[in-house]
Design a binder for this molecule. Structure first.
Ligand SMILES: [Cu+2]
Length: 160
């Protein structure tokens, strides 16, 4: 094998090892898929964080809090219809992740609310978030910043 073809073979292997789809992280019995956020405009102080959590264990767990160095505070939020208007509110008792179930944090439903952003979330970048679960404890993730409009429509997101 020539040096060039060896290099090409290594490059091909590296490309094959890169996940084409979303990042998936396993922590104990929890599998967390595609942690992402929307890009924010300069001066925008809040952003949403989304992911799905699958509990492959036999015991229920609960997402109780989250922190990130890019935000002064991270809250757990839900959205629901209230008199024909979508409203979001903080969930103080956490988000249940029942045994054997997948819980999606997505636009229009449960989400992480990144408050007091220290810098804009720039398209294509990633930033760290630590989730804390009642049972599993701390789980560190990297959130990928996706374009505005990614993940479906929900026009009022981010307005507080
Ligand atoms: Cu929110």
């Amino acid at each position: 094998m020539t040096t060039l073809s060896r290099f090409a073979a290594v490059a091909l292997l590296a490309a094959a090892a890169t996940p084409l789809l979303a990042q998936s992280v396993t922590a104990g019995k929890l599998v967390i898929d595609h942690p992402w956020s929307r890009q924010t405009a300069p001066g925008q102080k809040v952003g949403g964080g989304f992911l799905s959590i699958t509990n492959k264990g036999r015991s229920d767990d609960r997402l109780i809090s989250a922190t990130s160095p890019v935000a002064g505070e991270v809250q757990l939020h839900t959205m629901s219809m209230d008199g024909g208007v979508m409203r979001m509110r903080e969930v103080k008792d956490g988000i249940a992740v029942p045994a054997g179930k997948t819980v999606a944090l997505k636009p229009g439903g449960y989400h992480l609310m990144l408050m007091q952003l220290k810098r804009p979330l720039a398209l294509g970048q990633s930033f760290p978030v630590t989730l804390r679960f009642q049972r599993q404890g701390a789980v560190k993730l990297s959130f990928k910043v996706e374009p505005v409009g990614f993940g479906g429509s929900e026009a009022n997101h981010g307005r507080h």
